[in-house]
Write a protein that binds this ligand. Sequence first.
Ligand code: GLC
Length: 578
Amino acid sequence: MSKQSDTAHSPKQLQTDMHWKENIVYEIYVRSFNDSNGDGVGDLRGILEKIDYIADLGVTAVWLSPIFDSPNRDYGYDVIDYRNIHPQYGTLDDFDELLQALHDREIRLIMEIVPNHTSGDHPWFQAAISGPDNPYRDYYIWRSGDGKGNPPNNWTSFLGDSAWTLDESSGEYYFHTYASHQPDLNWENPKVREEIIGALDFWLEKGVDGFRVDTANVLSKNTDFPDTDDTERVQGSGEHFYKNGPRIHEYLREMREKAFSRYPVFTLGEASQVELEDVENYTLPERRELDLILMIEASKICDEPNDMWQSKPWKLSHMKDIMRKWLKDLHEDAWIGMYLSNHDHVRMVSYLGDDLEHREASAKMLAVFLMTLRGTPNLLQGEELGMTNAHFFNSIDDIKEQQALAYYEQRVHEKGEDPETILRRVLEKNRDHSRTPMQWTDEAGAGFTTGKPWQRINPNHSEINAAEQENDPHSVLNLYRRMISLRRDHPVLTLGTYEPVLDDHEHIYAYLRENDDERWLVVLNFSRTATACELPADLRQQLESADCVIGSDDSQAASFAQGPTDLDAYAYFVFRIG
Ligand code: GLC
């Protein structure tokens, strides 16, 4: 890649002719990426050591999971200082060096901001809890109980317990969407908004290129806090009273006006429980709120609606419905970020593919899928190697993430449910699957650390690792590099229309991507068995003179034009047909 001039540190000069829509984002879960000092935890200097690997992937932006100072009970999503870095990850000087190194390679740095809640250890909350008269009290949300020992309402948090915790000294309850150690900030208070905008400014002044705005659509609550009827729901039962809440657009516009709009940056909003109209309201450019909403539905396709820890089988028709909504029905000027997995979900090859017999084939098919969908793709570290779930986890002691631990605790210890059933659910779906350390080499420590890793390393690093894949032209890694470069060279894959083909097929997923200049056809076999595929006659005809630009098998690619073709398990083909 070409290097930029010495002045690249200024974000204004970094702005290239690439519009923000055309980014390809690589998620770095910092704790698990690369450990430079042997303490078992990934860090900023570890990322610097791998800077050329990141550049060689061809991605245009990296998103860093939160690196703020934090007690790390939710690994940085529990902030105690929005303007400082956790010592385990490094220093502000390391951060500046990393930012410069990325900018030198024309890669943008996207920070995380967690505006909805702080850690209970944050000095603001420590002051707030010291008494109702403290000036910081109103930084958080306090209400009285019902006088009979019950919390102000019946909502549950996303950890499944009450969304309210009693402060015994004052007799009042504080509100938390997530864990009780993550109290929600009171966005009704203008001082809170100023504090967050000040923190954004701090990083913007340093030259960061954007933010993932954590839980972006929950900031404004229905301040009457009415009871919910949704009592079947285990986690987040009151959410329709605070997702896309009454003042949310005002708050986002304020952040945009006072912070983001003053710099050439872009924003990715994390938001669940959104429909087309919500995403349009958040992202249509003239509304001046967020640039894109991260589309969460595909990664939750197996979740039972009332309890995310219980799974249901997923069908390709459901995936097609999800994509139709977000890629075809959404207003053409609204925008989404597309991901199949991130640090909150299991590994995509394990739930959408087959991580045993067809691991490599299905990881490649998913690479082609993610890189040919409309929207801004977000790729989780390790997906480019086809890293899998941690099937070696076998006890609750292997799990470190708080949502899984809370579910186990509530179900087994408080409700007395069958420990084996609950353990099975937790082992299947915990978020640590996507957080095991990067598999750089087949050595002990997987090239991730020379010390004791904070989370166990997947033993399959002996076969699945970056070093092994680096020089194999047919590896998952090298396919990702080719797909990313194809996407960068052909904006139609980002911006073009999306039109499903063979929409009723149970195993084949095919679609056209088109703009004024180009027309592309993607054909994917989502099944672990060979599947017959017959394209409509007009497409067959066009394929007679088309190039298969990327495909899993040349002879199968050539036979589409003739008639029904037997496709191998997880076969993939990308044709340029015009
Ligand atoms: C977001 C983050 C998740 C975190 C939660 C609470 O969903 O992605 O990791 O636990 O917010 O901040």
